[in-house]
Ligand binder design. Structure first.
Ligand SMILES: CCCCCCCC/C=C\CCCCCCCC(=O)SCCNC(=O)CCNC(=O)[C@H](O)C(C)(C)COP(=O)(O)OP(=O)(O)OC[C@H]1O[C@@H](n2cnc3c(N)ncnc32)[C@H](O)[C@@H]1OP(=O)(O)O
Length: 186
């Protein structure tokens, strides 16, 4: 698979979504864009593949793993029980009043808390709950710090806490339970 070109293509797609979200469009531009996008739908449709053959979200060693669903975060530090990363919410993730959408913040926590929850050799763990507290607005288009720490393991249960900060200011925190899947569990 051409992994080398794929992350750059995803970066452009992210920039495109930010540009689209922040633009005021006239009818001519909307028509042209609709035609281009439907042309691309036609080209991609025959390439449909099963989960294991897809690249979206499955490219190792690049921020965001090659997907645009969640803001891309760059891991700065990681050990067996914790992770610290830098993230920036582009215009695509705007909620309102210059604040990031709450759902995008939750999505980020699910991804980042999932890292220490899945860092061991045991079976993969899946989110059972994710409790998010929005403490202050999450600002757009600037580097924020997101952290997650595995603080308890009880049988199959892995408890993880996380924080999203703008400098010293706490924007949101989260508490998640991840459950280790049983062998053969879907
Ligand atoms: C941006 C996109 C990028 C794409 C990237 C792709 C590749 C990336 C690769 C790698 C990334 C790694 C990062 C991933 C992170 C994200 C993970 C997710 O978002 S997962 C999807 C969301 N979650 C579900 O869909 C779960 C749906 N629920 C279930 O499947 C089951 O409910 C499950 C497995 C969670 C538990 O079911 P049971 O049957 O195995 O276990 P039971 O018996 O119900 O519970 C066991 C114990 O846990 C407690 N428990 C279960 N759920 C609980 C809850 N919600 N609250 C409290 N306790 C709970 C129970 O009370 C029980 O406790 P007692 O043993 O009796 O003490």
């Amino acid at each position: 698979m051409p992994d080398s070109a794929y992350p750059a293509m995803i970066d452009i797609l992210r920039d495109f979504l930010d540009d689209l979200a922040s633009a005021s469009l006239d009818e001519t531009t909307i028509g042209a864009l609709t035609a281009d996008l439907s042309d691309w739908r036609g080209r991609l449709e025959p390439l449909k593949a099963g989960e294991d053959e897809r690249m979206f979200g499955r490219v190792d060693d690049v921020p965001g793993h090659g997907q645009v669903m969640c803001p891309a975060f760059a891991i700065e530090e990681q050990d067996a029980t914790s992770v610290r990363a830098t993230v920036s919410f582009g215009d695509y993730f705007l909620g309102g009043n210059a604040a990031a959408h709450g759902g995008a913040v939750s999505l980020l926590f699910d991804e980042v808390l999932g890292i220490p929850a899945n860092s061991g050799p045991a079976m993969m763990a899946r989110t059972a709950y994710l409790h998010v507290n929005y403490r202050a607005i999450t600002p757009m288009n600037r580097p924020l710090t997101v952290t997650a720490t595995l603080y308890a393991v009880e049988g199959r249960k892995r408890f993880v806490r996380g924080e999203l900060k703008d400098g010293e200011r706490l924007c949101a925190d989260a508490d998640g339970l991840f459950l280790e899947l049983l062998p053969g569990q879907q």
